[in-house]
Structure formats: C-alpha cells, structure tokens
Design a protein around this ligand. Structure first.
Ligand code: FAD
Length: 402
C-alpha cells in the first residue's frame, strides 16, 4: 500500500517511521529544499511523546539535545527588581516526564530514525489530489497513491486542497506570536529572561546546541490585525508598535529586526475541524488539530497523533475507512481537551492587567519556592488542566486487543 505524506517536520517523520515499520510504502513531500535547520523554536515533549520517542529508539539523542533552560528571570513592566523562577520545578509540576528541545533538532532526530526506509521529495509540493488519489506536484511527475496524509502544519496545503470551506475553521485566541533569531551574545545558556506587561510579553533564551539566541514576543489584541502573511516588513512594524517603550532591553531586541536571519509572525489561532478525514485523505498534527502555537502542547499531540494514525492503519490492515474512524475516535478526546487548555493558557500567559501580571509572576515565584513534591501534589489534583498531556494514554499496537 502506497502512502503519501505532505510535510517533514514533526508529525510527518514520526508517521513515516511507524508506517514503514508496519510494512507500508511511504513517500514524504516537503516544500522546503532540505530539512529545516534555521529559525524554529523550543518545543515541549511530555510523557506520551517521550514514550513514543523511546519506542523509536531516539530518546537518548533527544535528551542529549535538550535546551537545558532551567532558570527564569522575569521583569514586570514598570518595576526594577527581577523575580527569579525555577523553571525545572514549574515544569515538574505539570509533567513527570518532559524535555524541551529545539523543533529542528527534534525533526532531524525523527527524520534520521526512518530515512533509510522512506522516500523523501524535498523542494516540492502537492498541487492537486483527485478523488481517486491521483496526485500532481509542482515538480515531480503525477503519481497515484492509496492514501494521502497532510502533516503540513497549521496552514496545511492538503487541508486547503481537500477540505473546502472547512479548511478555514479557526478561532482567533486574541493574540499574536513572533519569534526571531538574534546573536547568541544577547542571552545566557540555561536562562530565560522575560519582560511582562499588561497585554505583552517578550523573552529571550539560548541553549548549548544553538549558535544563536531566540526572542519570543506574545501580545494581545482585541481584533485581528491586518497584514499579508508574506509581508514581513508590515509584521515587524506591528511588532515594534506593540512593544514600544516596554524596556531598553526589549528595544535592543527590536533593534535586531533589521538584520535578523529568521523571523516568524503569526496569530495565535486554534483549528476547529470536527473531523480530519475526507475519503482517502486525512490530516495529522498541527494540520488537523493545532490547539494553537506556543500555548498548548501541540508538539506532543502531533507525535501522539502520528503514532496512533500509523497504528490504526496497521491494525486495520490498510482499510483506510476503518483506520481513519478509529484514529479520530482515539484522538478526539485528547484534541478537545488540548483545545480547552490552550484557550485558558492563551488568556493567562499574557495577562490583560497589571494585577494579572503581578499574580502571574507571584504564582511562578511561589512554585519556585515550594518543595517540588508539594507543587506536584497540588498539580496532580488538576487532571483536566495542567497535567493533561501526561494523562494521555499511548496505545500499545503490539497487542492484538487495542
Ligand atoms: C513560534 C512557535 C512556538 C511554539 N512553541 C511550542 C512550544 O513551546 N511547545 C510545543 O509543544 N509546541 C510549540 N509550538 C508548536 C509546534 O511547533 C508544532 O505543534 C509542531 O511543530 C507541529 O508539528 P507538525 O509536523 O504537525 O507541523 P509543522 O512543524 O508546522 O510542520 C509542517 C511541515 O510541513 C511543511 N509544509 C508546509 N507546507 C507544505 C507544502 N505545501 N508541501 C509540503 N510541505 C509543506 C513545512 O515546511 C513543515 O516542514 C510552537 C509553534 C510556533 C510556531
């Protein structure tokens, strides 16, 4: 059975790895000319994704590439004295098994795990998918597949081609996100420095495996902003306006906008498709169920979704109808809960008011001061919220009864 996957970031390579393990023939088409190695950002792997990475044999490599950001220094806008936060303890409260890694390092680890058994077509993109899964590409000759899977991110090409009006079912969560690369000398290994004010947050971090540092900006707006998604100059103008006068250090970061080699800007948007499959086509990861970038554990959800989809196709002996239905059933609950969590995090991560900023920094400080056992015990009481990702089950597809 021949399967085409669009996208080679996180969910694409994980899916390709498992599908080839189960004996399927897999081609992955990726728009970028090679595996992405610039830009990107730190992502979180929680318990389910850690377990799946372990099954793939890549966990030691992932752990060796962890960012190691364990201290936070927070400046509240308008105040001089920083608040120190123990990030390890704060994350420990929400997950027993977690690692933070740069997305591009993670992508490479997953890609290397399966590359010898997968056909990768870099620098190409699907242009059309017919009802009987005849696929045309920008460059490669047309080919027929049995199943096509969109693993091509929040702005998925496959979703746009196949899902008609439903492709755009999104909810704006009231904010924007930007990331840019800056010289490594502006940051310190192991420490994240943040400035938080009402409606805006700017932070810098670097990591031992990185040659540069990354600045992340999050800001609130009541209405969606007007800009073209390819117009980086307009996006940078909006960013400068949103962070004007926050702090001299933030001004220094914004000064790097003119020379940054990598800049990303997007709205914090949640995908709201109820179903991810149409005929012989389905979606995985951010393409199908992005809870919203940077405010939910969407990387862990993507890894879990890719693993479940491959397992269901194998269990169903390639019967795509049965497999897709079962995949959607198994991922439905984790996706719904992730969406709810992301909506809450989007509200609390960038507070609206000065009082909210105070409460956020005070809460982070308190977690740092309390013994780790106590913060974990309190967090465990809340299985619907912060410990959601750790509570997601990972099916064992080596057993006949899953
Ligand atoms: C700024 C930012 C910060 C984030 N922070 C976090 C975090 O802290 N924690 C966390 O868990 N997650 C975070 N995320 C989310 C995380 O990056 C995603 O959940 C994860 O990368 C999803 O993986 P994916 O493979 O499904 O999609 P993506 O990583 O988006 O990859 C999609 C792939 O498809 C390719 N593609 C796109 N169009 C086409 C096309 N037409 N043809 C072929 N290929 C195509 C792209 O080049 C890319 O390689 C963040 C995201 C952003 C943007």
């Amino acid at each position: 059975m021949r399967i085409l996957i669009s996208g080679a970031s996180i969910s694409g390579p994980v899916l390709a790895y498992w599908l080839t393990r189960y004996g399927f023939e897999v081609t992955v088409v990726e728009r970028a000319p090679a595996l992405r190695k610039t830009g990107g950002h730190a992502v979180d792997l929680f318990r389910p994704a850690m377990e799946i990475s372990e099954k793939m044999g890549v966990l030691p490599r992932i752990e060796a590439l962890a960012t190691g950001t364990d201290t936070g220094t927070i400046y509240r806008e308008g105040t001089q004295r920083p608040v120190r936060v123990d990030i390890t303890k704060a994350v420990g409260a929400i997950s027993d098994r977690h690692v933070e890694i740069m997305r591009d390092d993670l992508s490479e680890a997953y890609y290397d795990a399966g590359r010898d058994h997968v056909e990768y077509l870099f620098g190409d993109s699907i242009t059309a998918i017919s009802r009987d899964v005849e696929v045309t590409f920008e460059h490669a000759a047309p080919r027929r597949f049995d199943v096509v899977i969109g693993a091509d991110g929040l702005h998925s090409n496959v979703r746009r081609l196949v899902f008609g009006d439903d492709a755009g079912r999104t909810q704006f969560l009231g904010g924007y996100l930007a990331v840019m690369s800056v010289p490594k000398t502006l940051a310190h290994d192991g420490e994240m420095i943040s400035h938080i004010g009402a409606g805006r947050l700017a932070a810098i971090y670097t990591a031992q495996p990185l040659d540069d540092a990354r600045v992340v900006f999050l800001f609130r707006t009541e209405k969606e902003l007007e800009y073209h998604y390819r117009d980086a100059l307009r996006q940078q103008e909006l960013l400068r306006a949103a962070f004007a006068g926050m702090h001299p250090q933030v001004d220094g970061w914004l000064g790097e906008l003119d020379r940054t080699p990598a800049f990303y800007f997007d709205s914090i948007t949640q995908l709201q498709l109820d179903t991810w499959s149409r005929g012989r086509v389905t979606l995985v990861g951010d393409a199908g169920y992005c809870p919203a970038p940077a405010v939910g554990g969407s990387t862990s959800l993507s890894v879990l979704g890719a693993y479940v989809l491959a397992g269901e196709l194998a269990q169903a002996g390639g019967d795509h109808e049965r497999a897709f239905a079962s995949y959607e059933r198994k991922m439905g609950e984790p996706v719904r809960r992730s969406r709810a969590l992301a909506r809450g995090v989007a509200k609390s991560l960038v507070p609206r008011s000065r009082a909210g900023v105070w409460a956020l920094t005070r809460g982070a400080q308190l977690i740092s001061l309390l013994p780790a056992g106590l913060t974990k015990a309190v967090a465990r009481l809340n299985t619907k919220g912060v410990r959601l990702y750790d509570s997601m089950p990972v099916p064992d597809y080596t057993r006949a009864d899953v």
